[in-house]
Design a protein around this ligand. Structure first.
Ligand code: SF4
Length: 735
């Protein structure tokens, strides 16, 4: 679809979704007070950038006055959002001026110079590594840095500190999508584009509450003009997204594989699968078909709690769709069967040839603004450019590109995030460097985590906020710049690379993460070896482009100038490509050639498994955790935004009216929630039919009422992603 049609879908959105931008609607009384406020908020200049919250990747401008960020507005020409922003995006500039921004390096509670801070860090890390081995240093980063910084950090960890034990907090959110794509298609990389939501006949969302968590994607749904389009939403909780559905499937927790297998069983039974495509482009179909035999509508109904007629109807809608878009998010990934659930989604799309075509794709909806960037360019789950640690050819390629001996490139990845924590507990990892993440809110089973971190010999946290629950435990805090204060690129969920630009200076002595990495390399004596001649992120971008060249995630044709001109470009975009196609949607696997060595995609038989902790008489509820539209992750940013705090000031627990009545609990009263691992002592009760009987829901953002006191440290065997979505708990009146 050409860009003009693409844009026109959005032009009609205000009417479609009932927004009224007319000046009369928003005229204010011309009071003196308003005049003062308006002047303070009137930008002297606007700096084009990309939203730093979620992976939707909306284009925006930051308004600057007297060196301060005073406003934001949507970028009307950006091909993701065409000027629209969600509540978080609209208030994004506020956190830049927060009182708890980290401004100076802090060593054991006292302010020190950068020189002293980095000398101590390098001394401590190298001393630990000398005593216990190189891999006794662990590094945990984030999805919040720019791609140039991820690439720079990967080189520093691999070639400077020579430890393999490096991972991102992205393992807590998207690792199962990555592992699922790799198993099915031979590589990470979401195949579709947002536009596919506007072009599909059937949009099937599984465990994806986009109305709260990726709000601008609902505009792509609204832009679908097909009068017969059908939205199916499968979610145990009747979320805002479920309330938009043509067919809502309120399945029982941990029955999504059964649902998918049940639908595929019916498609096989009715012969609605693409034999030619399967024969020409896939392997493993016969064994996969055999694995579906037991998933009859009756059996699936018993597992999912959905009536058989609903299963027949859903299968029929999917069978009739010329283009099927299957989107998923944390409801799928936050499971110890997440990877296999992704494989089941991919199975469905492969058997119906819903991949690589307009409107047709399996599609992971990522979490953080640049979770994709770290997946592509860093040295966590893969080598840069989706190269495999296990492949001798890929290691040789990396060694050539980096001008190092192949022995410096490891032949398997190090520990994933949860295994780094376990290795600290076991005394194998002794020093830890955490960058732009806050595990003291976000990691499951907080008791276990705190115990592990207390065993470290040296703990460094690099963050743009201090204090946070995590920086308070650190020996050394390094103050970092954040979105709006530095430049680089973000890649969104549809593989679109957009530029984030610097609008203002960071506070105090805070430096960009890029500059911090270069300074550390200097202290280690490796700066010229690993960053030859580098001065700024543009140098890192140039090298990354060469490293990505010829790979699936080919950036070689993307330049900062092009991004400034068009707002965002999907990879692959190869050197020499026609620039006029830069904004057009790009899809992977349209030629039926996948990234496995034989060029074929793989079917995987998947069995529905029980959740790791089943409810019983003592802990009778299944806890579901998630997010709310007003807040971001562990609230380091959004707790500083008054309007968001007013909209959503505290956490809550949702309970079905039948359960509340049985327990004698009332709307709004304080309750205590307890699991085998910990408790929340006081949290407000919401009695609502949004949640089914026997389940409760708690948003995880708040530290004082931290849902991760309750969650279980059970992890997906392939991706190592935590099972955040189900834990057995009890609820009682608070003291
Ligand atoms: Fe930012 Fe995501 Fe909201 Fe867009 S949808 S404005 S990227 S938080």
């Amino acid at each position: 679809m050409g860009n003009s049609i693409h844009k026109s879908l959005f032009a009609r959105l205000p009417a479609i979704i009932g927004l009224d931008h007319s000046p009369e609607k928003y005229s204010y009384a011309n009071t003196e007070e308003w005049g003062v406020i308006a002047k303070e908020k009137t930008a002297e200049k606007w700096v084009r950038t990309t939203c730093g919250y979620c992976s939707v990747g909306c284009g925006m401008y930051i308004g600057v006055r007297d060196g301060k960020a005073v406003s934001v507005k949507g970028d009307p020409n950006h091909p993701v959002n065409y000027g629209k922003l969600c509540p978080k995006g609209l208030a994004e500039h506020h956190f830049l001026n927060a009182a708890d921004r980290a401004k100076f390096p802090i060593l054991h509670g006292s302010r020190v110079s950068w020189n002293e801070a980095l000398n101590v860090m390098v001394q401590q890390f190298t001393a630990v590594q000398k005593k216990y081995g190189n891999n006794s240093l662990g590094v945990i980063s984030t999805g919040q840095l720019v791609t140039e910084e991820f690439y720079t950090l990967g080189k520093l960890v691999q070639l400077g500190f020579n430890t393999r034990n490096y991972d991102g907090n992205t393992t807590l959110c998207m690792a199962s999508a990555v592992a699922g794509y790799k198993r099915s298609f031979g590589s990470d990389g979401p195949p579709g584009a947002y536009e596919d939501m506007a072009l599909a006949d059937c949009i099937f969302l599984i465990g994806a509450n986009i109305a709260d968590n990726h709000p601008i994607l609902t505009c792509w749904l609204a832009a679908n003009e097909n009068p017969n389009k059908h939205l199916i939403v499968a979610d145990p909780r009747a979320t805002k997204t479920a309330q938009l559905a043509d067919t809502y499937l309120p399945l029982k927790p941990r029955s999504d594989v059964a649902l998918l297998n049940g639908i595929m069983h019916l498609l096989i039974r009715n012969g609605t699968f693409n034999k030619e495509f399967i024969a020409a482009h896939t392997t493993g179909f016969e064994e996969f078909v055999r694995s579906l035999e037991a998933y009859t509508p009756e059996n699936v109904s018993a597992t999912t709690g959905l009536p058989t007629q609903v299963l027949y109807k859903s299968a029929s809608v999917i069978a009739q769709a010329k283009a099927l878009f299957v989107g998923w998010s944390m409801g799928v990934n936050h499971s110890d069967q997440g990877t296999e659930t992704v494989n089941a989604i991919n199975n469905l799309c492969l058997m119906t040839q819903n991949v690589g075509r307009a409107g047709a794709s399996p599609f992971s909806i990522t979490g953080q603004c640049n979770a994709m960037g770290t997946r592509e360019s860093s040295c966590t789950g893969s080598l840069p450019g989706y190269r495999k640690y296990e492949s001798a050819a890929d290691r040789a390629d990396m060694a050539r590109l980096w001008s190092v001996d192949i022995s410096e490139i490891p032949d398997k990845r190090g520990y994933a995030y949860p295994d780094i924590i376990e290795a600290i507990m076991q005394g194998e990892i002794k020093a830890l460097w955490v960058i732009a993440t806050n595990p003291l809110v976000s990691f499951p089973n907080q008791k276990f985590l705190k115990d592990a971190l207390s065993r470290l010999e040296f703990f460094v946290v690099q963050d743009c906020f201090h204090p946070t629950p995590t920086t308070e435990l650190a020996d050394l805090v390094l103050p970092a710049a954040v979105w709006g204060e530095k430049e680089g690129t973000y890649t969104n969920s549809e593989r679109r690379v957009s530029k984030a630009n610097k609008a203002i200076n960071p506070p105090g002595e805070a430096m960009s993460d890029f500059d911090i990495f270069l300074e550390i390399a200097r202290k280690l004596g490796v700066v010229e070896k690993i960053y030859p001649g580098w001065r700024n992120v543009g140098d890192a971008f140039d090298e990354w482009k060469q490293v990505s060249k010829g790979r699936l995630c080919d950036y070689s044709g993307i330049t900062y100038d092009l991004l400034d001109k068009v707002g965002g470009v999907q990879w692959p975009f190869k050197e020499g490509e026609d620039l006029s196609t830069a904004q057009s949607p790009r899809r992977l696997y349209g030629d039926g050639v996948f990234q496995h060595d034989d060029g074929r995609a793989k079917f995987f038989p998947v069995e529905n498994k029980n959740m790791p902790e089943m409810p019983n008489d003592e802990y009778p509820f299944v806890l579901n955790t998630g997010r709310t539209v007003e807040h971001w992750h562990t609230m380091t940013k959004t707790a500083n935004v008054e309007i968001l705090q007013k909209l959503s000031p505290e956490a809550w627990v949702e309970m079905n009216p039948t359960d509340a009545e049985r327990l004698g609990l009332k709307q709004g009263e304080s309750v205590r929630v307890v699991s085998r691992r910990g408790s929340i002592e006081k949290i407000a009760l919401r009695v609502t039919e949004i949640i089914g009987a026997g389940q409760i829901f708690i948003p995880f953002h708040w530290f004082k009422t931290n849902a991760n006191n309750l969650t279980i440290n059970a992890f997906d065997p392939y991706s190592r992603e935590p099972n955040y979505k189900q834990a057995a708990v009890k609820v009682e009146k608070a003291e």
